[in-house]
Design a binder for this molecule. Structure first.
Ligand code: ZN
Length: 546
């Protein structure tokens, strides 16, 4: 069993980044910033609100967290929100009366923790730490890990999304047909543990590989794993680095005012120019409402200031274009999108309470992941609240991926040392279960055949995807998916792929979507195959003669 021994390289990573725990900023500049916000006298607070019919009617206008339990949801109350709740006749229970003060207290606790345990990670990474720590993993295991760069397009502030490709013989891990899985974090900027858990998963895989852990080694010899810790880098920088170096917090009077805003930023940084004078957290698009599947419907808002604003169009945001660009060109069979908080394992659908066609398998894996962690397992729609344009529905509905949202812990950025390592220890087995599901051939299709070594196989599928509201006059978008692999030296291949038939077609009984496989040999010869692939199929698609 894997022991989380925290090899010296991980301790080294923690120590090296402790100095950049929070960027230093001059107190004078801060004071000026605070003066401009001095009119804000109502602290941002965290409230617990019962999910009554009356609240459900107005809740799209409030900043709902993903902390839903016992029929109640925790809500971030920005200035003015309490008055609006009162006007709507909604009552609440106060969880945290001043989130700025909470933030400062938690960061000071981390600073004290860091002085007591200088060799361990005791604070959250900043964006540069993620980059440095991923680079370090590549250096440690260059045959297992390589960088993943998603820079088309760049974000609104000009950033790329960085990640890792992990798998034995990593140079060909994403092009030799083996099963693929994906883990991502920080769609929502303020959910800091979600990025930590994602990179800790990568670190544990590398650690297990270097230690010769039998289970990790076995999985990484069969799998390609994409790891994307920070899906929303602009928003994360805004949230993580808005409040300056922690040692100064205690001496800059009124700093809790500054901590009312930035640390609680959720969305990306699209500037809505039509918002003069609005405070910063209202800016942006909720990128986990921007995916082009049933986009623009329940649980998302067209109001630009809403924390669940779905954006100007389906898939309009650069982060979503970059991420879906990767997903459309790969065959990711199983995925986890990490979030904070609520201790939930959520599966499709978000847009409807109806069960998806693969409910039995999705529920079995979700329950299996959730059980030992003490998390609640359920559909996004029913265990959380309705949502549209979410990654789970897009990946499952468009690609066929078994995609889960995991909601970890109890708050956005709790004191690191008391919480995050424990979350990870609880989550490790669940993450491994997801990887095991990706190698289970009963849950996906395998295309087998023979072709000249070096033959490039391209697998394409066209699928029509429903939207909740019209975009450019259309209520559907046409998706073209196209992945490639390269046939190895022995001239045989087994390509592990998602089913060609979409979930909507499975439900409606319509004409099944099919794959078109094109094989281009090094000598220029081209062969093609076309057919329907379903879960559990093994299809012989090319033979030496054929
Ligand atoms: Zn979230």
């Amino acid at each position: 069993m894997h022991s989380f021994s925290r090899r010296s390289f991980l301790a080294g990573a923690a120590a090296s980044s402790a100095a950049t725990l929070l960027p230093a900023t001059g107190a004078a500049a801060l004071a000026g910033d605070l003066v401009s916000r001095a009119s804000r006298t109502e602290p941002t607070a965290l409230l617990r609100v019962r999910l009554t019919d009356a609240f459900r009617e107005v809740m799209a206008g409030f900043d709902l967290t993903e902390h839903v339990h016992d029929g109640q949801v925790e809500v971030v109350a920005w200035p003015g929100d309490r008055a609006r709740l009162r006007a709507a006749g909604i009552s609440w229970e106060e969880v945290e009366g001043d989130l700025g003060a909470r933030f400062v207290a938690d960061r000071l606790a981390e600073a004290a923790d860091g002085r007591a345990r200088p060799q361990e990670r005791t604070g959250y990474r900043v964006l540069d730490d993620y980059r440095a720590d991923m680079d370090r993993l590549v250096e440690l295991a260059p045959d297992l890990v390589r960088p993943l760069l998603l820079d088309s397009p760049l974000t609104h502030e000009g950033r790329a999304i960085h990640g890792l490709v992990i798998g034995a013989d990593v140079a060909v891990a994403d092009s030799d047909g083996r099963p693929q899985a994906m883990m991502c974090g920080l769609h929502h900027a303020r959910e800091w543990p979600s990025g930590e858990l994602t990179i800790m998963f990568a670190e544990a895989l590398v650690e297990g590989w270097l230690d010769g852990d039998a289970e990790v080694t076995g999985l990484l010899e069969q799998l390609c794993v994409f790891v994307i810790p920070v899906s929303n880098p602009d928003g994360f920088v805004r949230s993580r680095e808005a409040v300056p170096y922690v040692e100064e917090i205690a001496v800059v009077e009124g700093l809790t005012l500054l901590a009312q805003e930035g640390p609680y930023h959720r969305k990306n940084l699209l500037k809505h120019t039509a918002l003069p004078g609005s405070f910063e957290p209202q800016q942006g698009v909720d990128i986990n409402r921007n995916y082009p599947y049933m986009w623009g419907g329940v649980g998302a808002s067209g109001t630009t200031t809403s924390q669940t604003h779905y954006g100007p169009g389906p898939g309009s945001e650069p982060e979503i274009e970059a991420l879906t660009g990767l997903f459309r060109s790969t065959q990711i069979l199983a995925a986890i999108s990490n979030h904070t908080s609520g201790d939930l394992v959520l599966r499709p659908w978000g847009w409807t309470p109806a069960e998806p066609p693969d409910e039995a398998a999705l529920a079995a894996l979700g329950d299996d992941m959730a059980g030992p962690m003490g998390y609640t397992s359920g559909s996004w729609n029913e265990a959380l609240y309705p949502g549209t344009g979410i990654i789970d529905d897009w990946m499952y509905g468009t690609l066929g991926t078994y995609c889960y949202t995991l909601e970890h812990g109890s708050s956005f950025h709790p004191v690191y040392g008391d919480n995050v390592p424990g979350y990870f220890a609880d989550n490790w087995q669940a993450h491994l279960k997801l990887l095991r599901s990706a190698v289970d051939t009963a849950q996906h299709a395998v295309l087998v055949g023979t072709a000249a070594p070096g033959t490039v196989l391209t697998l394409a599928k066209d699928i029509s995807i429903p939207l909740s509201r019209a975009a450019d006059g259309a209520t559907r978008v046409e998706e073209h998916l196209e992945a490639t692999m390269v046939v190895g030296e022995d001239g045989s291949f087994a390509w592990h792929v998602n089913p060609s038939v979409g979930a909507e077609t499975l439900e409606s009984g319509g004409q099944p979507e099919h794959y078109v496989l094109t094989a281009q040999a090094p000598d220029g010869t081209v062969r093609t195959w076309s057919g329907v692939a379903r879960r559990g199929d093994e299809l012989e698609v090319l033979t030496a003669e054929g």
